[in-house]
Design a protein around this ligand. Structure first.
Ligand code: ZN
Ligand code: ZN
Length: 354
């Protein structure tokens, strides 16, 4: 792996910090989760195909994907390079809005952000076209706390399809709803910028995910309305949805587990590359509060980290959290599956946390 290229001043956290600092709830959550894993073997009690289906979502998602396959064969991608570049630009803006905004900032508090950056993040998040920010943060907190159990909204033990998109096509089971209601969301509700976005989300989403991205090629470089609609709403939106969904599905199924061999989340470089650095998912479930959501790696495999580092340099992002190297090393040695590139040679049973 490449060395850690982040030169940004960060808050280094050690094992002692966890004992002292109660605000690091994500660590506590993670420990509970570990315990839960050891205690319970997943029992497939609920047949997901008997859940009440959300037909509106099934029809919309199916039509979107059928259209996507059709336009992949018929759309002239290279007819206008500006339109092609705009697909990638909007993909990146929306993607980083999810990874750097909803995920690392609002869900995990992996760093702090001043108000101008929070405004940028809500706009970027809205441009992804995903569900309301409030729902996203709540569901993701529940996912971390009850990973791959019945209370996990996209429990990967129910298979690839369910964790990828199936969970959006049916009503949530009672455990997911119950745990979602219990989830503390008070922090989000005291952030006026987040609240404003959540309250007016349908307008935010319409304007930033669909209206402006489609109008830009039409008025910016005389693209036809049809090509602007197809490139942004069918191609860019479908691609972005699938890479974000892949973090819940592929990155819980395929890859190595250098930091905790007892959980489903994996290190998946392909998802990391296309998902702005969110594919280092075994690491992320062990250290969810690390602003990099990964231990090592270049910006090429973690564009979101580059984004946060840039804003840290101009002072709009601060208190970037990451664990000490000793903590990561000891965790990998104690719990990892032995696939860590630096610490894989050490016999697990001979080592204890110092
Ligand atoms: Zn996960
Ligand atoms: Zn997370």
């Amino acid at each position: 792996m490449a060395p850690n290229i982040s030169t940004t001043k960060t808050k280094i956290l050690t094992e002692e910090d966890f004992q002292k600092n109660e605000s690091l709830t994500t660590k506590i959550i993670n420990d509970e989760n570990d315990t839960q894993y050891k205690r319970e073997v997943y029992v497939k009690t609920e047949k997901w195909f008997t859940m009440k289906l959300k037909w509106k979502n099934i029809i919309f998602i199916s039509l979107l994907h059928i259209s996507f396959v059709y336009v992949c064969f018929t759309f002239k991608f290279f007819e206008n390079l500006k339109t092609l570049a705009w697909i990638f630009i909007m993909y990146l803006i929306g993607g980083i809005g999810v990874t750097g905004g909803a995920h690392r900032f609002w869900t995990h508090h992996a760093y702090k952000a001043k108000w101008p950056l929070r405004i940028i993040l809500v706009i970027m998040y809205s441009s992804s076209g995903l569900n309301n920010l409030y729902d996203w943060v709540r569901d993701h907190r529940v996912h971390h706390k009850y990973t791959d159990t019945d209370a996990d909204p996209h429990n990967s033990n129910r298979g690839f399809f369910f964790s990828h998109v199936g969970w959006l096509m049916m009503k949530k089971n009672s455990e997911v709803i119950r745990r979602g209601r219990e989830t503390d969301m008070s922090d989000l509700l005291t952030d006026p910028i987040a609240i404003f976005c959540c309250k007016h989300y349908s307008i935010f989403r319409f304007v930033f995910a669909f209206l402006l991205p489609v109008m830009m090629p039409v008025y910016g470089w005389n693209e036809t309305l049809y090509r602007a609609l197809v490139s942004q709403i069918i191609i860019r939106y479908t691609l972005l949805l699938n890479i974000i969904w892949s973090v819940n599905s592929a990155a819980h199924i395929w890859g190595s587990k250098p930091y905790n061999g007892n959980i489903n989340p994996t290190e998946n470089w392909l998802i990391a590359f296309f998902g702005g650095g969110e594919g280092w998912h075994n690491y992320h479930h062990v250290f969810p509060w690390d602003y990099k959501a990964a231990e090592l790696g270049s910006y090429m495999f973690n564009l979101t980290t580059m984004f946060i580092d840039f804003f840290a340099k101009i002072g709009w992002a601060y208190d970037l959290k990451q664990p000490s190297e000793k903590l990561v090393r000891n965790t990998a040695i104690k719990k990892g599956d032995g696939s860590h590139s630096l610490w894989n040679a050490t016999s697990h049973s001979d080592n204890k946390i110092e």
